[in-house]
Structures are given as structure tokens and as C-alpha cells.
Design a protein. Structure first.
Length: 165
């Protein structure tokens, strides 16, 4: 019974392939294939206009990116090597949640109090707040390390203000 069903399906598929082939035209470069070529010429003209617009747009984006980089470096301040190695890749070098004008994976840290940050770090480490990356980074750290991170990040607004002057 299975062989009969498979045989009928095979014959049906071969029949559909034959109908498609006999349809000719655009399927294998016949008369209707030229219509597709004409459509391709229209797309080329459109793409040329899009590329020219993109060049102007790209120039503006480059200027904006340069301004963001300049503003980011003006507000840059010194952070610990531990913060750079564990936190900066997700939260940004200055805890803003942005790097080179682009949002990062982690949320903004700057502006939060050291107490709130410490509470959050403890909750991530214990698993009460779920985040596999945070838990993995915090597991080898003790309470003193968590407190040191919270204190450092809590000082970011003051450090940013000092760096501006």
C-alpha cells in the first residue's frame, strides 16, 4: 500500500514538473524572459538613485558618528580594569549602555546608587533575577567584590562630571 502511494505521488510530481516545463516563457529563457530583463534595467536605474542617496546619507551618518565619538571621549573617565573586563562589553565603558553611539546589550548603569547596584548584583548572583551572563560573571565573586563594583559604578556620575572640567 505504501509503495502505491509513493508511486502515485512520484507520478504527480513528475507531471507537475512537465507542466512547468511546457509552460515555457520565463521558466527557461523564452519570450517572457525578456520582460524580466527589461524589469532588471528599471531596477538598475532605481539602485543607482538609491546608491547616490546612500552616499549623502552615509556622509551625514559619518559626521554624526564623529560627533558622538568626540562627545563620548570628552565624557570619558577612568574605570578599573575589572570593570572594563567584566562589565564594559555589555554596559559601555562609562556605564551609559551605549558605545560609539550604538545601544549595547546591557542597560544603563550610570546614575544608579551604589546601594541599588549592590542589591541587583546580589540578586543576579543568587538567581533571583534571571540573567545567565550576569550570573556566570558574578559566581566567582565574593560579597566584597560585589560591593566594590557597586561603589565604583555608583561613582560614575561624579567621575563624569570631573572629567568634563
Amino acid at each position: 500500500m505504501k509503495n502505491i502511494i509513493v508511486g502515485l505521488l512520484t507520478i504527480g510530481i513528475i507531471g507537475l514538473m512537465g507542466l512547468t516545463f511546457m509552460g515555457g516563457g520565463a521558466y527557461h529563457g523564452g519570450e517572457y524572459g525578456k520582460v524580466i530583463e527589461d524589469f532588471g534595467d528599471t531596477m538598475t536605474a532605481y539602485e543607482t538613485v538609491a546608491i547616490e542617496e546612500k552616499d549623502d546619507r552615509q556622509k551625514e551618518m559619518d559626521k554624526l558618528s564623529a560627533l558622538r565619538d568626540k562627545a563620548g571621549s570628552a565624557g570619558a573617565f577612568e574605570v578599573s580594569h575589572e570593570y572594563k573586563s567584566k562589565c564594559a562589553s555589555c554596559h559601555g565603558v562609562n556605564g551609559s549602555g551605549y558605545q560609539n553611539g550604538k545601544p549595547m546589550m546591557g542597560p544603563k548603569l550610570i546614575g544608579q546608587t551604589a546601594e541599588k547596584l549592590y542589591k541587583d548584583l546580589v540578586e543576579f548572583k543568587s538567581g533571583r533575577k534571571e540573567n545567565i551572563i550576569m550570573k556566570g560573571l558574578l559566581m566567582p565573586l565574593n560579597e566584597e567584590d560585589l560591593k566594590r563594583f557597586a561603589d565604583e559604578i555608583g561613582e560614575f556620575p561624579a567621575r563624569a562630571e570631573a572629567a568634563k572640567q
